[in-house]
Design a protein around this ligand. Structure first.
Ligand SMILES: Cc1cc2nc3c(=O)[nH]c(=O)nc-3n(C[C@H](O)[C@H](O)[C@H](O)COP(=O)(O)OP(=O)(O)OC[C@H]3O[C@@H](n4cnc5c(N)ncnc54)[C@H](O)[C@@H]3O)c2cc1C
Length: 318
């Protein structure tokens, strides 16, 4: 059994994992989506300016840095495991996933933010390239062009009517779904990831399929209809135990504390008077929570961890 299970791998969960490691606690991090980074994956190219002492950098780079930091100490990371229930036992907690897996730990940190929010599709790479339209432009823009069209079936089907002027239109899905009238249409299977790179005036697109099989494409335009998908698989469980917001955020006592022994909540998942939903706040709460858990599990533990400059395990890594 782990000392701590962290539910959610956004900034709050990732930093909590790092600081639990600083406190010598064993950690399992359970993330419901296929990637770590939480809401930062929602705005990967946006520049984050307000992290103390860190130069302004795109959110995707902040995610990479948080992931790397979380890996400083051994952390078991599980992806695609949405947590739906929590059970309090005599001296530990059970964390139950949608697939019915049961994970056990002496303490649990809820770092679920406002749930699982994803922009579909997510475009990786040069997402702001001029060849990408997030809304359909006038038909003229696509005349005699090779266009990759990506979005929900209904939107794609509507857009195809304007795209009859294109030389070729590539869409994802099952061929039989598309009416035969679109003769310029080329249908390929839905990829897991679409990565783009601007090359001269075109877009080099790399499609990644299950098993990390990749297929390159060169297109003139990408039309990507983005939609926001939102789910909070743990909201109903949290509502049985806490006062929660409409977004499933728990009202806490601050600094990660709840009034349930061994259960903590950090980051956007934790709300209290004066709370700011920011990465810096998530980091501070992660640190405070790891310190509290160290004492909760061993009442002789130091209430505050050693600073990183003097931390014996970190010094060994130099
Ligand atoms: C457009 C935008 C711009 C922003 N800009 C800034 C900025 O410039 N500076 C700044 O400091 N902050 C910014 N923020 C806020 C910042 O992104 C959040 O405060 C931060 O992401 C909170 O981190 P978190 O880990 O608490 O939650 P989240 O980032 O929401 O992560 C929660 C994680 O938990 C997972 N999860 C949810 N439910 C479950 C479940 N049941 N089981 C398993 N996993 C689950 C989710 O998939 C997700 O990975 C911005 C937010 C937005 C939307």
């Amino acid at each position: 059994m782990e000392d701590v299970i962290i539910i959610g791998g956004g900034p709050a969960g990732l930093y909590s994992a790092f600081y639990c490691g600083m406190r010598g606690l064993s950690v399992k991090l359970v993330e419901g989506s296929s990637q770590l980074g939480g809401k930062l994956n929602f705005y990967p190219e946006r520049i984050i300016w307000d992290l103390g002492g860190v130069e302004p950098r795109p959110a995707k780079e902040v995610v990479a840095a948080l992931r790397e930091q979380a890996a400083t100490f051994p952390t078991k990371v599980l992806l695609n495991q949405a947590v739906v229930a929590l059970k309090q036992q005599a001296e530990h907690w059970q964390v139950i996933t949608k697939e019915g897996q049961v994970h056990e730990a002496k303490a649990v940190i809820v770092a679920t933010g406002t749930g699982m929010v994803a922009k579909q599709p997510v475009i990786w790479g040069d997402a702001q390239a001029p060849q990408i339209d997030y809304k359909l432009a006038t038909a003229e823009r696509y005349r005699d062009q090779t266009v990759l069209l990506y979005g929900s079936f209904a939107k794609v089907k509507r857009a195809l009517k304007k795209l009859t002027v294109a030389k070729k239109v590539i869409v994802f899905g099952a061929e039989k779904k598309f009416p035969a009238e679109f003769t310029n249409l080329h249908v390929i299977p839905e990829p897991l990831r679409v990565t783009v790179k601007e090359v001269e005036n075109q877009l080099a697109v790399t499609l990644t399929f299950p098993g990390e099989n990749v297929q390159p494409l060169l297109v003139d335009c990408l039309v990507a209809f983005q939609q926001v998908n939102h789910a909070h698989p743990l909201k109903s469980e949290l509502s049985k135990r806490f006062e929660i917001s409409e977004f499933g955020q728990v009202t806490t006592l601050g600094q990660g504390k709840t009034d349930l022994a061994g259960l903590f909540a950090v980051g956007d998942a934790s709300q209290y008077e004066g709370k700011m939903n920011m990465i810096a706040g998530a980091i501070y709460e992660g640190l405070q929570t790891a310190n509290q858990i160290a004492v909760y599990l061993n009442n002789e533990a130091e209430p505050v961890g050693k600073v990183s400059t003097h931390h014996p395990e970190l010094l060994k890594k130099l």
